[in-house]
Design a protein around this ligand. Structure first.
Ligand SMILES: [Fe+2]
Ligand SMILES: [Zn+2]
Length: 338
């Protein structure tokens, strides 16, 4: 009798727990404007997880006869709540980044990583550093002559922010449980750049960010030549579950051999449009990655408890239903272990 009662109590508890869990999964709150902006930027469930938020920055500015597109900005939160920002899009995108950081409840940035000094990656740095205390900056070795870069370096000096240049085979910890390993650029690459043998994009910091069995890959704007170097040097060490498409998804980059080596389950593209249909199809059809585009999906959060599974939430419900994948009803996707 006693055991029957205990059994019934345990059963009831299980039903309640799983019932509530399912209820939550089915009712992701939609904002009054019909988007899932609050769900993407809600950090209340971040504890114990590594979460990457790929921030959509629109604000593409039409200059005289050219359109400048949105750049990269990824915000990682560590299981203990530290913040690491990789790149910060163009200078005219600061407000969009700022609003999203505020909604996340971010009031300081522990680590800021400059993948490389192009304006669509460090454009908002001066404003960002003026508003948010930054604990440490990691950068690539390219001493760029642009005003944007020079002003950023002056800001770092003026604020006394520790700043370190990273090279292949360096590594650092993002909190106690997340490690970041650097795969590029090689030492001496900046001399090749100056001699004209190398493109600035190829010097982008290439990093694998891992938490137990979960992993994220990011390598700025590297081109195919650098991708092939990485595959030759590191092979399966590049293997990561979630990756940012290189160079905004252009076909200057994203070579098949490289995608195969990373073998992502999920690939995210930062840009103001789906940049290249062939590249997009390579990721989704050939390599069977679930693909997300800030231009279609808005900001995207990808969270993992470190077990190789991922919960993904997009800001918008995707309108396209073709080869880029089927949209989910509430912008939520669950990625299993395999
Ligand atoms: Fe670039
Ligand atoms: Zn770029």
């Amino acid at each position: 009798m006693k055991y029957k009662k205990l059994f019934a109590a345990v059963l009831l508890a299980l039903i309640m727990v799983f019932g509530i869990t399912n209820l939550f999964a089915g009712t992701i709150p939609v904002d009054p404007d019909g988007t899932y902006t609050s769900a993407v930027l809600d950090t209340s469930q971040d504890s114990g997880k590594l979460t990457a938020r790929y921030l959509n920055t629109t604000g593409s500015r039409k200059t005289t006869d050219d359109v400048t597109y949105a750049g990269d900005c990824t915000v990682f939160t560590s299981p203990e709540g530290l913040i690491m920002v990789v790149d910060c899009s163009n200078s005219w995108n600061f407000e969009e980044i700022d609003v999203q950081l505020q909604r996340m409840g971010v009031d300081a940035i522990d680590i800021f990583v400059m993948s490389h000094p192009h304006i669509d990656h460090i454009g908002s740095f001066v404003e960002l550093a003026s508003k948010y205390p930054i604990g440490r900056v990691y950068k690539n070795p390219h001493e760029y002559t642009s005003g944007t870069y020079q002003n950023s370096m002056e800001k770092i000096k003026a604020l006394n922010i520790p700043c370190e240049t990273l090279y292949a085979d360096d590594s650092f910890m993002f909190g106690d449980q997340v490690s970041v390993k650097v795969f590029g650029p090689e030492k001496g690459a900046e001399e090749n750049l100056q001699a004209g043998y190398m493109d600035a994009n190829d010097l982008s910091l290439a990093m694998r960010i891992s938490f137990k069995d979960s992993s994220f890959w990011t390598s700025g704007d590297i081109y195919i030549t650098k991708e092939i170097d990485l595959v030759e040097k590191y092979g399966s060490e590049l293997d990561s579950d979630v990756m940012k498409m290189n160079h905004h998804g252009y076909d200057t980059s994203n070579r098949n051999e490289f995608i195969a080596a990373v073998s992502p389950k999920v690939a995210v593209q930062f840009h103001s449009l789906i940049t290249n249909k062939i590249v997009a199809m390579k990721y989704s059809l050939k390599h069977k990655a679930l693909t997300f585009y800030t231009s279609q999906d808005g900001s995207i959060s990808i969270a993992t408890i470190g077990d190789g599974t991922y919960e993904i939430q997009t800001q918008y419900i995707r309108q396209i239903t073709n080869m880029y994948g089927k949209p989910s009803a509430n912008g939520h996707y669950s990625i299993g272990k395999d």
